[in-house]
Design a protein around this ligand. Structure first.
Ligand code: HEM
Length: 506
């Protein structure tokens, strides 16, 4: 029997649909069979993914817990975004460094542009503008060029001590002034005043809001509800728009004011502002036509302000961590002071030439970087093509997070990881081991921190000079009683310590 007309119509309608379904099913099964599986990770919820399981304030804690359950490479979904978390230095080296061709992009973070942080090339995609910024940076900050800053860094460290002894309550301000003054001197040849410098105040205010929000985890709200940036001012929830506007204005002010400073000094042919990253490059481009000049000037501005942003919070935070360690571990402070005294004889201040003779001080610096990493998740990378690692599929466009915190708290590598024990970096003969946290706290691969050599010298000069001259201890009230405190950390892309201490001449 032949099917009826209605029946034939049904067959004609069903046939193509079935074909589509069968083809899709076949592809799905083939994919399942051929494609390696994604790395293991927590089960995601529909649409939300793993967002609800994440500690929003300190996501590194959740990622570190997941390492125990899923291993060194964990796959996570934050809303629709695929995220790969790297939990070991070995895997980070294998991917971010050895396969840097694939792992050097940055993800789009919904807060970067609205909060004015696209002036920092830290967040720039892996493209031509980033390459030019990085080249400009490299000319100034590569290891052999950075050596030239050392006399200035040591001079600045000594000035900081004078201010610290004079006005010990505001140690945070002195650390911040020191950190910024090194970068401002190199980049703009700007010499900030010891206190209340107007440009340093501009930098401080500029980064204040953005530092807390320019991470993939903190950007989730804006990614989910981008209309928040368009709400009228009177509407509930519009504070995000206002903060974004304030942050953008301040970031622009920071970039333009410092750049103008150097341009003005060049125009006036002043001695100041003559020898800096900005001056040298502005002079180099004098030969170029107007169009190329303005293009290059825009990129130079970005590279220059990124150096200030990159130095300010990170170096200041490490010095705050150092001060906390000295308060909580007075024996470490005494042992480091004794080592310095044995080299200098207490009749001169330590200098860079003494560095090799001060292994204990070196171990204190290493432990400071490890104990509380100031950038616990670094800056996220992104993949620019599909990859397969250890049999796991890593998709193109995935955000790749490098869990520096987790590495620093690995109990197998660092027993009693939450304690400050510089001796872990010394062998039985007091010689430094090969384990240097600088190998992971500055990130890795083509996006690894280009300021790391300058940062290392700034930190060493500040730490050694403080140990040689001042004693850190708990703050006391008017009656001389120790004020109890619990260290508090403000979190965002960095982890920033707030605490009270007291320092007196050693
Ligand atoms: C203790 C001090 C510092 C720490 C812990 C630190 C840490 C980091 C980390 C973890 C990254 C991300 C690396 C990655 O994506 O793999 C980074 C990037 C960067 N840092 Fe630093 N940094 C410090 C000081 C500095 C200083 C002093 C400067 C400038 C003079 C600087 C400039 C930069 C720049 C420009 C980038 C972005 C590189 C890129 O995207 O290509 N940093 N830093």
């Amino acid at each position: 029997m032949f099917p009826s007309v209605d029946g034939r119509l049904t067959i004609f309608a069903v046939l193509p649909v079935s074909l589509v379904v069968i083809t899709a099913l076949r592809r799905f099964i083939e994919n399942k069979q051929n494609k390696p599986s994604l790395p293991p990770g927590p089960v995601p919820l529909p649409l939300l993914g793993n967002v609800l399981s994440l500690n929003a304030k300190e996501p590194w804690l959740t990622y570190t817990e997941w390492r125990a359950a899923y291993g060194d490479v964990v796959f996570v979904r934050l809303l629709g975004q695929e995220v790969v978390v790297i939990n070991s230095q070995r895997v980070a080296e294998a991917l971010l460094d050895k396969r840097s061709r694939i792992y050097s992009d940055r993800p789009t973070i919904a807060t970067v542009e609205p909060f004015g942080w696209s002036v920092a090339f830290v967040f720039a995609p892996y493209g031509d503008e980033w390459r030019l910024c990085r080249r400009l940076f490299h000319q100034t900050f590569r290891p052999d060029s950075a050596l030239k800053f050392r006399p200035m860094q040591m001079r600045r460290a000594r000035e900081m001590i004078v201010n610290l002894i004079d006005d010990s309550q505001h140690y945070h301000t002195h650390f911040a002034t020191f950190s910024s003054s090194v970068a401002m001197s190199v980049v703009y040849d700007y010499q900030p005043s010891a206190r209340d410098d107007p440009l340093i105040q501009i930098v401080e205010k500029a980064v204040e809001i953005g530092l807390k929000v320019v991470t993939p985890e903190r950007a989730i709200l804006l990614k989910l509800f981008p209309f928040l940036l368009r709400l009228p001012d009177w509407c509930w929830g519009s504070s995000i728009k206002r903060d974004a506007q304030i942050s953008t204005n301040r970031m622009t002010e920071m970039m333009e004011t410092s750049f103008r400073y150097t341009q003005q000094h060049m125009a006036e042919n002043s001695v100041l502002g003559k020898c800096s990253m900005v001056t040298e490059n502005l002079q180099r481009m004098e030969e170029q036509d107007q169009a190329s000049r303005s293009l290059f000037e825009g990129t130079l501005k970005k590279a220059a302000s990124t150096a200030i942003i990159g130095s300010y919070e990170t170096t200041t935070s490490v010095l705050m961590i150092f001060a906390l360690a000295m308060v909580l571990y007075p024996d470490v402070q005494r042992r480091a002071q004794a080592e310095i005294d044995s080299v200098t004889g207490r009749d001169r201040l330590p200098a860079f030439e003494d560095r090799a003779s001060l292994p204990y001080v070196e171990s204190v610096l290493r432990e400071t970087l490890r104990w509380h990493p100031v950038a616990p998740l670094g800056v996220p990378h992104a993949t620019s093509s599909d990859d397969i690692y250890n049999g796991f599929f890593i998709p193109k466009g995935a955000t790749v997070i490098y869990n520096i915190w987790g590495i620093s708290r690995d109990e197998k590598r660092y027993p009693e990881a939450s304690s400050f024990i510089p001796e872990r970096f010394l062998d039985v003969n007091g010689v430094l081991t090969d384990d240097d946290p600088a190998g992971y706290v500055f990130g890795l691969g083509r996006r690894g921190c280009p300021g790391r050599y300058a940062a290392d010298a700034s930190l060493w000069s500040a730490i050694v000079t403080m140990l040689a001259t001042v004693d850190f201890s708990s703050a006391r009230d008017d009656q001389g009683n120790v004020i109890d405190f619990t260290p508090q950390f403000l979190t965002g892309i960095t982890r920033y310590l707030v605490f009270l201490c007291h320092c007196i001449r050693y």
